[in-house]
Design a protein around this ligand. Structure first.
Ligand SMILES: [Zn+2]
Length: 350
């Protein structure tokens, strides 16, 4: 028997034994090693996504692990291979898919939200979702590939170019990853973040971070850009004030890339969009090329994944880790180590 963390009701997670099943045609059974806890997982934990998530649900979509068993008809993968999963399954028939945008399929199955996720000791997924990891990349760091792929996609959607000035509003894990990817693309970057802990971490990574509670961010941007305004702003905060800041800091023909999930409509200064000929770009998830680029950026250290990992907890302590994350600001990324109890459970061997 192996263990799984399940969401059973609002604010309730349990770690309990799970049945394993043989991988079917086209499927692969994985042994997840590390699984990151994401903001979306916290929304599920709060009960905010009960309309979408069918409890009991195994969460987790930021993962690394190894192939255990390969189902019929699967080529190119063997037990022991180090992998991460691009957790998307699409129908290939809807208008979005037919236009080539499978990652935002209109009937998308986001694995780990709409179907069982990685926070368990055995996880069966379609082989088509696997992304190979280099042997030299430590599996704990590799758990940061998925959020890094989000950042790669966002920076690509905003078409950030070398020498541009970029403001990232919201300095949590995704915001900092966007800042690092944009910097790697040759941009000059400023991060706007309320949490002192997160600002300090951003500064330690060589980024400049401003506190919107104390600093006059639009004035600082005017000074930084010689009154021109920023070329690109990323809205990663999910807050109304963050939207205002992102719009206000942009210069003529600036691009606002919307990354955060805003659950309800926001007031936006559309006059500013008109006056400065701004562009609004939505950015959601990633495609395979973003994922492969993310693997390279984490593997070569451009993304210092180890610095973003605040804590690693065993599977049995995942429920407590969710509680701790409720506090917000003083952590970046918490990983769940799915291997920690693997040898304490009877019959864990496949
Ligand atoms: Zn589709």
């Amino acid at each position: 028997m192996t263990l799984a963390v399940r969401y059973t009701a609002a604010r309730t997670l349990t770690t309990a034994p799970a049945e394993t099943r043989s991988p079917g045609p086209g499927e692969v059974e994985l042994a997840p090693a590390y699984v990151g806890i994401c903001g979306t997982d916290l929304h599920i934990f709060h009960g905010d996504m009960d309309a979408r998530v069918a409890a009991p649900a195994v969460l987790g979509h930021e993962m690394s692990g190894r192939v255990m068993r390969v189902g019929p008809g699967v080529d190119g993968w063997a037990p022991g291979d180090a992998v991460t999963v691009m957790p998307l399954r699409w129908d290939d028939t809807c208008p979005a898919c037919l236009k080539g945008h499978q990652h935002i399929c209109q009937n998308l199955d986001f694995i780990g939200i709409d179907s069982p996720g990685a926070m368990q000791q055995r996880w069966t997924v379609p082989a088509s979702t696997l992304v190979r990891l280099p042997d030299a990349l430590a599996l704990d760091r590799a758990a940061l590939v998925e959020p890094t792929a989000v950042a790669v996609h966002d920076v690509g959607r905003a078409a950030v170019r070398e020498g541009e000035k970029v403001v990232v509003v919201g300095g949590g894990p995704v915001g900092v990853l966007i800042a690092l990817v944009a910097r790697a693309a040759g941009a000059e970057v400023r991060v706007v973040e309320l949490s002192a802990h997160r600002r300090l971490l951003a500064e330690e990574l060589g980024l400049t971070a401003w506190n919107p509670a104390d600093d006059d961010v639009p004035a600082l941007v005017r000074e930084w850009t010689g009154e021109a305004g920023a070329d690109v702003a990323f809205e990663v905060s999910g807050a109304a004030g963050g939207v205002d800041t992102a719009v206000e800091v942009l210069g003529v023909r600036g691009r606002l890339c919307l990354v955060a999930i805003h659950p309800r409509p926001r007031e936006v200064n559309l006059h500013r969009f008109f006056w400065r000929e701004l562009t609004l770009v939505g950015a959601r998830l990633y495609d395979r090329s973003d994922f492969e680029r993310a693997v390279a950026l984490v593997a070569d250290g451009t993304i210092p994944a180890d610095r973003l990992i605040s804590k690693v907890v065993p599977l049995t302590e995942a429920p407590a880790a969710f509680e701790a994350l409720e506090g917000g600001g003083d952590v970046m990324k918490i990983l769940v180590d799915c291997t920690a109890d693997a040898y304490d459970t009877e019959g864990a061997a496949v």
